[in-house]
Design a protein around this ligand. Structure first.
Ligand code: 16G
Ligand code: MG
Length: 545
């Protein structure tokens, strides 16, 4: 086949190092940039096949998110802007890991299995982050797309959620918005400006927000967006990428893990601050109090703030819509208790990874999902959006109901429903605080986080640990869960679990309890149990001093 000749010729220019095997992990391929050229080219090929199969535009994002600058990665985006389906993750691995001479056979097999019509047209959108390696790697993706005669639109530098947004706009014939950066800025900022009209007396102080851009693409894009916000948000931007290194001692992941402020942000007592990660799909908020204590408002706090707001509006509007919150095992126990007992909303716990949360959130009329690390969004079902829009336009309804429906309508529009989005989430949080007249401290006081600790244990083979019950219990190796249960029983308000990481070669340990000291001691003992029962290697885990 003539097409395959071109693929064969071009793939020789993007050779795979013999024997190199990579895993399509929780969010795509991710490793040091030098190892990725062939993967990029091949994902360009696979994106063309996926586009032919779905008869829709597919997205490809070149990024390694919060990883160090030297790394890179790639993930595929399905037609509605969601993560690619698991079967195609499997194909992605087969294509990326095929030795040079086997590549055409692997592609041919996928085409046969999926009954792909080679004559069907194909279109792929490409975006990339600001890493030095991203430009040439995205060229390799382009090479792959073109060698299979696909149509490509290279957007250049974008945040990950912007790329997801473009794909969704394109495949909904622009009903979701215009597939341009301007279209993105317009849609979100218009909704934001409408929302804050419900809080007419905001002071300049209340409009002021400090943003840590992690020296990444989020900083660039936020600067571009600022004029659209009509001074309704006054941003002091730090870690803009002009001097510092990407994700180095800054960004959402750093702040969440360190539970402390990032380098380079000059925060005053009580000031509202937030951090994006390197590709701007995560956000966490924080402030420091008058005693110099650092307060983190993570994904759980954001989910609580948003779902409380939505519940109030839905009730006020008299709409019959079921609100659910989706979390993972990492959600702080206090947040789950608050949502279930005080807010009376349905809470579901699923496995780590955005695709699991997204999927579960689709089962509600309004599904709020957040990982504690700050990745999340809100999904509104089509029928929920219709009901909200109808009520917002209904001239026979009461002013109170109408106003609630209008706020809900703008909340739908400020939200990037394709995927968690730091910029969109930031606007949403800012609007919710403004409309409710809540200070950061009042938000923080909704519930008090239990002390918690995350640790890692190196083992010879991480696959010996398998889990069930949304990763909250270990099935194997024998005796491990019993040991964890016995340790947890020795502490108050305690909980702990262990799971193999989906992005690193390590076992993750999580513990929470009534005090930080008890939490650290429980975490250490669980680490020791993993080390002893699951084949620990290297130095024994040490207690934190
Ligand atoms: C990826 C996931 C994130 C998850 C993290 C867990 C996406 C887009 N990202 O970054 O949701 O929290 O992996 O990593 O799905 P771990 O398995 O190494 O703990
Ligand atoms: Mg990210």
């Amino acid at each position: 086949m003539a097409l395959f000749e071109e693929v064969s010729k071009k793939s020789a220019l993007h050779p795979k190092p013999a024997g190199l095997l990579l895993n399509y992990g929780t969010s795509g391929f991710r490793t040091v940039a030098e190892q990725l050229d062939h993967v990029m080219f091949r994902m360009g090929l696979l994106a063309v096949l996926r586009s032919k199969k779905t008869k829709a535009t597919i997205g490809v994002m070149v990024t390694a998110s919060h990883n160090p600058e030297e790394d890179n990665g790639i993930k595929l985006v399905d037609p509605m802007g969601e993560m690619v389906t698991p079967t195609w993750e499997e194909y992605a691995m087969q294509v990326a890991n095929a030795e040079q001479e086997a590549l055409l056979t692997v592609l041919g097999d996928i085409m046969k299995r999926e009954a792909i019509d080679i004559n069907q047209g194909a279109a792929v959108f490409i975006g990339r982050d600001t890493r030095p390696s991203s430009e040439s790697l995205s060229q390799a993706v382009l090479d792959g797309i073109l060698s299979l005669a696909g149509h490509a639109h290279d957007y250049g530098v974008l945040t990950t959620p912007q790329l997801h947004f473009m794909v969704r706009c394109e495949n909904t014939q622009s009903r979701y918005g215009n597939p341009t950066t301007e279209g993105y800025y317009q849609k979100l900022s218009q909704a934001f400006v409408q929302l804050v009209k419900h809080a007419p007396n905001r002071t300049d102080d209340q409009k002021h927000l400090l943003v840590d851009g992690a020296n990444g693409v989020g900083a660039l894009k936020l600067r571009e967006m600022e004029p659209f916000l009509q001074k309704e948000l006054q941003i002091s931007l730090f870690n803009k990428g002009t001097g510092g290194k990407l994700n180095f001692q800054c960004g959402a992941d750093y702040v969440k893990v360190q539970q402390g402020p990032p380098l380079g942000v000059e925060m005053l007592v009580g000031q509202r601050c937030c951090s994006f990660d390197g590709d701007a799909d995560r956000i966490v908020y924080y402030y420091s109090d008058s005693e110099g204590r650092f307060h983190l408002l993570d994904g759980d706090k954001i989910a609580t703030l948003i779902s409380t707001f939505l519940k109030k509006l839905v009730t006020q509007a008299g709409l019959d819509l079921q609100i659910g919150v989706v979390q993972t095992a990492y959600a702080n126990g206090s947040s789950t208790r608050y949502l279930e007992n005080n807010m009376k909303v349905t809470v579901r716990c699923v496995e780590t990874g955005v695709k699991h949360l997204h999927h579960a959130a689709q089962e509600f009329d309004i599904g709020v999902y957040f990982e504690a690390n700050g990745h999340g969004t809100v999904l509104f079902s089509e029928s929920a959006v219709e009901k909200i829009q109808q009520l917002a336009m209904d001239s026979s309804t009461s002013d109170e109901k109408k106003s609630a429906a209008q706020i809900l309508e703008n909340t739908v529009n400020v939200t990037n429903q394709a995927v968690g989005d730091a910029i969109s989430d930031m606007l949403l949080v800012e609007a919710v605080l403004a409309v409710q007249g809540l200070s950061l401290q009042q938000w923080d006081a909704m519930y008090t986080d239990l002390p918690n600790r995350q640790r890692k244990v190196k083992v010879a083979d991480k696959s010996v640990i398998t889990t069930t019950d949304a990763e909250r219990r270990a099935l194997s190796p024998a005796g491990l869960q019993d040991a964890v249960d016995a340790l947890v029983k020795q502490y108050r308000l305690s909980r702990a679990f262990v799971r193999p990481s989906g992005t690193e070669d390590t076992i993750r340990v999580y513990a929470e309890a009534d005090t930080q000291e008890n939490t650290d001691s429980l975490a250490h003992e669980v680490c020791m149990a993993v080390y002893r029962l699951a084949g620990g290697v290297g130095e024994e885990p040490q207690p934190l001093c």
